[in-house]
Ligand binder design. Structure first.
Ligand SMILES: Nc1nc2c(ncn2[C@@H]2O[C@H](COP(=O)(O)OP(=O)(O)OP(=O)(O)O)[C@@H](O)[C@H]2O)c(=O)[nH]1
Ligand SMILES: [Mg+2]
Length: 350
């Protein structure tokens, strides 16, 4: 029996497009790097309130944001913490009340910080805790410093991740060093720009799949289910040609933005952007390819969006939750020892 007529009739029906949902999103950048991220994100047309919180008054003059909140002025005279996370922590505790009022009223709050300094690393986890107290789902996105910045910064960053883990629902860790491997010739400022663009893109994808009608939506409750106890997470990113999706899947699995073994991941949020030619079958095949690389019992949600700029192209971003990270030995999900090749795992993707 052919379904040709059924499919044709069904497709000719006009459905009401889903109304935009009223999920409220706030994105909060903490410290210098966090505020720079907010500035760059402000240009990406994300449907969210953009807030920069910093101890460094002068830095605000180069930052675009809906709100700028200076904290700790009495202690630092508006000059930053000079790389002292315990000062950053103390300042955030003193400002908690004010920060609560700025953050209150959102369904999802993203807190962003570059780790290694005093404000993002010290104040970041406290502000994230305050965000949680407002009742919102809180996802922190933090970046590890560049290795040449020195061991001290790296160790501040490691300690800070632990604290973020204690306060956020999910902490997405990205490593600036990975970025240099993929784009070694970029000057540092441009490399930061690429990382921030990716962070913005992830937030934008998530915001759009939960708020705008998509080819395949992720409901806010789905997002919550995966992110509520996401632990440490990271992002895989890949792109490719629509007609060879296996290459895009391979690219994605080969591009974790943190040095991790992700095969033990407990959850995956896969987001696919493609042109108008994109079919559900391709979306599912891609998702299958990605999830074949992780645990069978992992919770998986898929979102897909058609974007006119992606004709014949594909972009895949995947948030993997509950991953093992070398930054926090002995504190994580089981480590997978299996050393099977990724290419074997995804060979069935057409
Ligand atoms: N993603 C991104 N990371 C940055 C940027 N600028 C600096 N970083 C990284 O973020 C780390 C923390 O630096 P800052 O954000 O300047 O420090 P801070 O949190 O303001 O702390 P103090 O100035 O010491 O109070 C650095 O070690 C860099 O690795 C940026 O524009 N974007
Ligand atoms: Mg600073």
């Amino acid at each position: 029996m052919s379904l040709e007529h059924l499919v044709k009739d069904a497709l000719s029906l006009e459905y009401d497009t889903r109304a935009e949902s009223d999920i409220r999103i706030k994105v909060v950048g903490i410290g210098g790097a966090g505020s720079n991220s907010i500035d760059r994100l402000s240009r990406q047309k994300i449907k969210a309130e953009m807030i920069a919180i910093n101890t460094d008054k002068a830095h605000f003059s180069i930052v675009n944001a809906h709100k700028k909140v200076l904290i700790g002025e009495k202690l630092t005279n508006g000059h930053g913490t000079g790389g002292d996370p315990s000062l950053g922590e103390q300042i955030a505790q003193m400002a908690a009340h004010e920060v609560f009022h700025v953050l209150d009223g959102a369904d999802i709050i993203f807190t962003l910080a570059g780790l290694g300094g005093g404000t993002g690393s010290g104040a970041g986890p406290i502000i994230t805790e305050v965000a949680k107290e407002t009742g919102a789902l809180v996802v922190s996105i933090v970046t590890m410093p560049f290795k040449p910045e020195g061991k001290r910064r790296w160790s501040i960053a490691e300690q800070s991740i632990e604290k973020f883990r204690g306060s956020a629902n999910t902490v997405i860790v990205l490593d600036n060093n990975r970025l240099l491997e993929y784009a070694p010739k970029l000057p540092v400022k441009k490399a930061f720009g690429v990382m921030d663009y990716l962070v913005g893109d992830i937030i934008k994808n998530l915001a759009e799949t939960v708020t705008l009608p998509s080819m395949m939506n992720i409901d806010f409750s789905d997002l919550k289910a995966i992110m509520r106890n996401g632990g440490t997470s990271t992002i895989l990113y890949g792109e490719g040609n629509y007609y060879t999706p296996q290459d895009a899947v391979m690219d994605t699995l080969n591009n974790p933005l943190m040095d991790i073994d992700y095969r033990g991941a407990s959850g995956a949020l896969i987001h696919i952007t493609g042109g108008t030619e994109m079919t559900l079958q391709t979306v599912y095949r891609i998702a299958e390819g990605i999830t074949s690389g992780i645990r069978d019992d992992a919770e998986v949600k898929i979102g897909a969006r058609v974007d006119g700029n992606y004709t014949k192209k594909l972009k895949i971003t995947t948030i993997l939750t509950g991953v093992h990270t070398p930054y926090m030995p002995n504190r994580n999900a089981e480590v997978y020892q299996d050393s099977g090749k990724i290419s074997d795992l995804i060979s069935f993707v057409a």
